[in-house]
Design a protein around this ligand. Structure first.
Ligand code: KIV
Length: 265
């Protein structure tokens, strides 16, 4: 696979081809995922739970993400690396620019921020400074305390319309990707159709342009909690490389995710 960039991903989406993303936190998994054809790697703040053992992503720092981004970048030659901006690392435009700079210098090629249309100025400022960004919408885990738990978002008509309006505003502000987590299948479809930038889904059904899973979840290593949108690809595979290749093949063919991996309302 040739080196993936913002333009190669946009070309895939323009051709109607689905693209893949997995979280990666270190050199070894980064190399493995490259060899299996995963187009984008997310150094997600889920590492706060999967690697550090916290019960949320809130304790994760910019230094933590920078450390893991450097490790992932060392193993990467083909994927586009997206790094998460942790909790409270982008509350002002100035903070966002400073912290995104740290992550880009660690090896990120795009940063991901959780939020909505209120991030428009931040998105524009990042873009002007050469930092591509992905906005994570729907169930944004950094707001778990505000949501009162990990709950599906966008379930009412008003909430669904707000997601669509936010997506349009963020595209206008210059967002390069959107990511939708745990929203009903029909809402994810509406958002994806409303914008021309690539939309990645997790727990958002089959209609987004790309799919992401936490790598430990799809490798059956999550002993704590398995949400319905997770598929354990190790069940039918003799080794991790085959499991990841099957994930890539199933996302490309549309076999994963099915509606059963999403929420109908
Ligand atoms: O941090 C992470 O792993 C994420 C995914 C759940 C999308 O944001």
């Amino acid at each position: 696979m040739k080196k993936q960039t913002l333009s190669t991903i946009n070309q895939l989406v323009a051709k109607g081809e689905k693209f893949t993303c997995l979280t990666a936190y270190d050199y070894t998994f980064s190399k493995l995922f490259n060899s299996c054809g995963v187009e984008t790697l997310l150094v997600g703040d889920s590492l706060g739970m999967t690697v550090q053992g916290h019960n949320s992503t809130i304790p994760v720092t910019v230094a933590d993400i920078a450390y893991h981004t450097r490790a992932v970048a060392q193993g990467n030659s083909t994927a586009l690396i997206i790094a998460d901006m942790p909790f409270m690392s982008f509350q002002t435009v100035e903070e966002a620019l400073k912290n995104a700079g740290t992550l880009m210098q660690a090896g990120a090629e795009m940063v991901k921020l959780e939020g909505g249309a209120w991030l428009a100025d931040t998105v524009t400022a990042l873009g002007r400074n050469g930092v591509p960004c992905c906005i994570h919408m729907g169930l944004t885990p950094q707001s778990v305390n505000k949501f009162g738990g990990y709950k599906v978002q966008g379930r009412t008509l008003d909430a669904a319309e707000a997601l669509v309006a936010d997506a349009i505003a963020l595209e206008k502000a210059g967002a390069d990707f959107l990511l939708l987590e745990c929203v009903p299948v029909a809402v994810a479809k509406k958002v994806t159709e409303a914008v021309s930038v690539p939309v990645i889904g997790i727990g958002a059904g089959p209609d987004t342009d790309g799919q992401v899973l936490v790598c430990y979840d799809m490798l059956g290593l999550n002993l704590d909690h398995n949400p319905r949108f997770v598929k354990n690809f190790m069940i039918d595979a003799p080794d991790m490389a085959t499991a990841v290749q099957n994930y890539v093949a199933e996302v490309k063919s549309g076999a994963f995710p099915t509606e059963a991996h999403g929420y109908l309302s």
